[in-house]
Design a protein. Sequence first.
Length: 197
Amino acid sequence: MSDLRIAIPELEAWVRRFKSADRIVTEELRKASQKSGLLVERKAKEYAPVWRGHLRRSITSVTETRSLVSTTKVGTNLPYARAVEFGRPAGAKMPPPGALLPWMASKGIPATNESIKGTRRVRDEAGNVVGSIITGRGFVGPRRGYLPNEWAIAKAIQKNIKKRPYLHKAFEELKPQIRREFADVPKRVVARLRGVA
């Protein structure tokens, strides 16, 4: 994804010179890293496309700090998040059967055409249609799993989906602010070291 590395060489000199500097420098780097991560997280949530809000809610940031190195990762663990951020190339796998049914229902798209014969619907415990087994001849497509209209949409998705970057866009927009945040770290460290000395 995107990477921003900021080096602050004077921090190492202070750590060698002052006894408590290592702890103070590490704390200040962590604060700057966490604040930057939260800024990107917040902005990415603004840019994330919303249907039910799962993608938006799943965006989080995690900061790891070791002596003089602080790393913050912002992202999501949703399986479709990568396809939203980077798009889907032509020929990628189709979404699995049942994955599109809630979206189709919210858009008023029927999952089946009543005129299609030979379709046996598969329902969950609540009675909702979650898939089907296609039987008979003349139907081009998978032998089981997709409902007819669902299969057509899944096939269109397989052909290509344009990217809608939300993380990268937020990160690029906030780079100057992140740089300023880390530029203030030496000032805060010096102020704290004066208080300790």
